[in-house]
Ligand binder design. Structure first.
Ligand code: ADP
Ligand code: SF4
Ligand code: MG
Length: 335
């Protein structure tokens, strides 16, 4: 990769509107993000904040209502048929629920050989079987022959998720969007799945967009990458993971961090300081004015926070934060 290569994935002021109860809701609102090849970026936030919708737009599964999604510098929705097909193979998504995404009527071999044969990656079933064996080893399903002829219902949740990952790898993707990929498995299995994904990231150099509602998981998986925090469709803080975890700036990020149980003393201190004013997440159907976090925010200032939407502003050291009060304090420090 040359220094000025285009980001592999770029969201440029991307929005997505859905219709709910005859009203238009913005599931994703003006999100911009540039991901470099080999990077890992975690999208974090509570349920309903727009993570899956963002992931699906990155993978080209749904069309943005506004803005552009680019792959290697090209608007994916302006690509020709062949180019779009190549992009769709290069960006693979792993869904939260492997039960729903694996065909229950097919064996592991059937599930994994289909893309290999369909895209001409292998010439015949003999080669496909060899390749499927290799990929099962890659996701720590050994010996592979124990699994080749099993059906999804004969596997554990963790094994099903490994098959989902292995299937994504059949087409040698450049980017993997992992949407709550470890959320549905037991904690004990979660760690080994995360370790396996971490190894893929290192060994294959795959770019990861890792989606999770759990900041502790993001911290574990993306320590060398970045975390982007979303709230009600907007990105409210983004920065390098150690920076976000050790020096969170947005009151919402600080509140999320204080919910991590194995908090270090620094985080516990944050917890004491930052109590949310309300635990209720407002509905997208009825968004609060100005900063949509204002009804819950402990730092809320009347006449400021409910008046205008805070822009995502550069706070230095690669961090951007959308908060009027943080921006003002930063400006004071700089003055
Ligand atoms: N196909 C759809 N039709 C209508 N509303 C949708 C659709 N998909 C998602 N939404 C809404 O968009 C918002 C964001 O959803 P989602 O992206 O799934 O969030 P997350 O993954 O963070 O939980 C939610 O309010 C959800 O109900
Ligand atoms: S802009 Fe105001 S309400 Fe929003 S996060 Fe900052 S302090 Fe809280
Ligand atoms: Mg989701």
């Amino acid at each position: 990769m040359t220094a000025n290569a285009a980001p592999i994935i770029e969201l440029d002021h991307v929005s997505r509107v859905f219709e709910q109860r005859r009203k238009q809701v913005k599931a994703v609102d003006d999100v911009s993000l540039a991901v470099q090849e080999g990077e890992v970026v975690c999208l974090v936030g509570e349920s309903g904040c727009g993570k899956t919708t963002t992931g699906k737009m990155i993978a080209g599964l749904i069309h943005p209502s506004g803005g552009e999604v680019r792959y290697a510098g090209k608007n994916i929705w302006a690509m020709g048929k062949d180019e779009f097909q190549r992009y769709r193979l290069a960006v693979q998504i792993i869904h939260q629920d492997p039960y729903a995404s694996l065909n229950p009527a097919h064996t592991v071999y059937g599930i994994m050989s289909a893309p290999l044969l369909q895209h001409g990656i292998v010439a015949n079933h003999k080669q496909a079987r060899e390749r499927v064996r290799d990929l099962l080893r890659t996701v720590d399903m050994t010996p592979p022959d124990d699994f080749l002829d099993k059906y999804p219902h004969q596997l554990s949740g963790g094994q099903r998720q490994r098959v989902s990952v292995a299937r994504a790898l059949t087409v040698s993707p450049k980017v993997i969007v992992a949407d709550e990929a470890v959320s549905m498995v037991d904690v004990s299995i979660r760690v080994s799945l995360l370790n396996m994904l971490g190894r893929l990231k290192r060994d294959l150099g795959v770019t990861f967009i890792f989606i999770t509602h759990d900041l502790a998981v993001a911290k574990h998986f993306a320590w060398e990458g970045r975390i982007a925090v979303m709230y009600l469709g907007r990105m409210i803080e983004i920065g390098r993971t150690p920076q976000i975890i050790n020096h969170p700036q947005h009151p919402y990020t600080r509140a999320l961090l204080s919910a991590i149980p194995e908090a270090d003393p620094r985080i516990t201190r944050t917890k004491e300081r930052l109590q949310l004013r309300s635990l209720d997440i407002p509905s997208l159907l009825n968004l609060p004015s100005g900063c949509s976090f204002h009804p819950r925010c402990p730092l809320f200032e009347e006449g400021l926070c409910e008046v205008s939407v805070p822009p995502l502003a550069d706070m230095g050291e690669g961090t951007r934060v959308a908060c009027h009060v943080v921006a003002r304090e930063r400006a004071k420090e700089a003055a």
